[in-house]
Ligand binder design. Structure first.
Ligand SMILES: Nc1ncnc2c1ncn2[C@@H]1O[C@H](COP(=O)(O)OP(=O)(O)OP(=O)(O)O)[C@@H](O)[C@H]1O
Ligand SMILES: [Mg+2]
Length: 213
């Protein structure tokens, strides 16, 4: 399958259908037993561990199903951690724009334990976006959020895709969340069984129901 640059794709499917596995292979977090993954010009399935680490760091943003924030660091320290590890300085304008548009600018000196679930998830997204990745992979980024916070976040993702050309691949269980994407892929038992353009909550729900039937 292809994920053209600047598009927003939702990946759906029942629990255990392979959504997280697919994302981990696409992002070079797991090694695929078979097949190839290309990001931009790089075939990441052919890279050494060392080269892969560099591509992951420079070109890929990942938001995990669990937030994976470091509890002893503040929100700001968590956000700039990937840059720190790479020995790079954050681009102040970029950093400011990301935290403002995610609405966490006034929570940056707090530790994750002092933030709500939605705020923690937004910190995780800021961390993934601050490096300007070629692709943002997000595994159920709205799973722990109430519907208002979720829709703010999804609008933010859609805007970064439409206005800034950010490529996004997002796993979700929620047909409404999928309707924010340009396209929805449906997995079942590790295979793609549907590919819906301009998904609506209804069309996605229909596809999921036909799987269950
Ligand atoms: N590290 C692993 N080793 C072996 N099997 C695994 C591993 N991780 C996941 N699996 C299995 O692979 C299948 C797909 O798992 P995966 O986590 O990709 O599902 P998912 O679609 O993300 O599900 P969910 O919606 O519950 O997050 C499941 O049967 C799971 O038990
Ligand atoms: Mg999963």
């Amino acid at each position: 399958m292809d994920f053209p640059a600047g598009t927003f794709t939702a990946i759906m499917g029942p629990s255990g259908s392979g959504k997280s596995t697919l994302m981990h292979c696409l992002a070079g977090l797991d090694r695929a037993d078979d097949g190839e993954v290309h990001i931009g010009g790089a075939e990441i399935t052919a890279l050494s561990d060392r080269e892969l680490t560099k591509v992951r760091r420079d070109r890929i943003g990942f938001v995990f199903q669990s937030f994976n924030l470091i509890p002893t660091l503040t929100a700001m320290q968590n956000i700039v951690l990937p840059l720190d590890l790479a020995g790079r300085k954050p681009d102040r304008d970029r950093l400011g724009a990301v935290v403002r548009s995610l609405g966490i600018h006034d929570r940056l000196q707090h530790r994750p334990g002092e933030l709500s679930g939605g705020q923690q998830q937004r910190v995780a997204i800021a961390r993934a976006l601050v490096t300007r990745p070629d692709v943002l992979f997000a595994d159920e980024p709205t799973g722990a959020l109430d519907s208002t916070t979720a829709s703010t976040l999804l609008s933010f993702l859609r805007t970064s895709c439409r206005d800034l050309g950010q490529t996004i691949v997002m796993v979700t269980h929620d047909p409404i969340a999928a309707s924010f994407a340009d396209r929805a892929l449906v997995l079942s038992d590790g295979r793609i069984v549907d590919d819906i353009d301009e998904p609506t909550a209804d069309s996605v729900l229909g596809a999921m129901r036909s799987l269950a039937a």
